[in-house]
Design a protein around this ligand. Structure first.
Ligand code: ADP
Ligand code: MG
Length: 263
């Protein structure tokens, strides 16, 4: 067992049980699916506690970019450092630790249809993190309260609106107290009248000190909440700027074209 642990650390598996520094650094990141290069040399540093909005046209590589961070996709080249530590070739325990430090919220919520709201949150706490059932339930109820759904604890996903389901998904992503949270178009699957309640929860989170990386088409949200906007097109970062600059004086021609279409 001990020698197993040693050889794992010799192979570069750092300890991700707690981040000293909830930063994310892309170094020359390349991602290809077969012959198709979808990210082409990404360099970007996101600082602890920063809120970054990732904007760009459909198919530009936004989802792939954030999915690489917690290894829902594997790198083709380069490295992603979290807490200044390489995340290349993490497996087993180190990868589980990393994913407990980095929450992910999907466009389609991805709740377990056969579990109620509380169970959706407690499942990983019990099965992955070894929490006792009672502790996990207490934590789940706290989180449901935080996202305004204390009264929906026993509801099944099919009994919840899209906005409510996404708030349960956010609560689930927060269960392990991650220090970084990634959102992949969290409001794109919602009816317009439900977008506000999800953005409201995200805004309160943005002020909590967690590092937040949000792929979004909600320009108003990006403008109000993001510290910086990252605009990507064709698998490359074209522009990184504070929103006040990006939305009033975009420098890159492709950013200007994009904004003309969406605003
Ligand atoms: P965005 O989120 O900006 O719309 P994506 O990151 O989803 O873009 O996709 C970028 C490109 O990578 C697209 O051309 C898409 O078709 C391709 N792609 C994404 N995921 C896969 C996959 N699993 N297999 C093959 N191609 C993929
Ligand atoms: Mg996408």
């Amino acid at each position: 067992m001990l020698s197993g642990l040693r050889s794992q650390s010799a192979a570069g598996s750092a300890d991700f049980s707690r981040l000293e520094n909830a930063s994310v650094e892309f170094r020359d990141v390349v991602k290809a699916f077969g012959d198709h290069r979808v990210l082409n040399g990404i360099n970007l540093t996101i600082n602890p506690g920063e809120v970054v909005a990732i904007l760009g046209p459909s198919g530009s590589g936004k989802s792939t970019l954030i999915r690489l961070i917690n290894q829902l996709e594997s790198l083709s080249g380069g490295d992603i450092l979290i807490d200044n530590k390489s995340t290349r070739q993490l497996q087993g325990r180190a990868l589980r630790q990393l994913r407990s430090r980095v929450g992910f919220v999907f466009q389609q919520f991805n709740l377990y249809a056969h579990l109620n709201a509380v169970q959706n949150i407690t499942l990983a706490l019990e099965a992955v993190h070894g929490w006792k059932k009672a502790e996990a339930s207490t934590r789940a109820l706290e989180l449901l309260h935080q996202v305004g759904l204390a009264d929906k604890a026993q509801h099944m996903p099919s009994q919840l609106s899209g906005g409510q389901q996404q708030r349960v998904a956010i609560a689930r992503a927060l269960a392990s107290s991650p220090q970084i949270i990634l959102f992949d178009e969290p409001t794109s699957a919602l009816d317009p009248e439900m977008i506000g309640e999800v953005l409201y929860v995200m805004k309160s989170l943005a002020h909590s000190g967690i590092t937040m990386i949000v792929v979004t088409h909600e320009m108003q949200f990006a403008r109000e909440i993001a510290d910086r906007v990252v605009f990507i097109d064709g698998g490359e970062i074209c522009e990184v700027a504070p929103p006040a600059e990006f939305f009033t004086r975009p420098r890159h021609p492709r950013a200007r074209r994009f904004l003309q279409k969406v605003l």
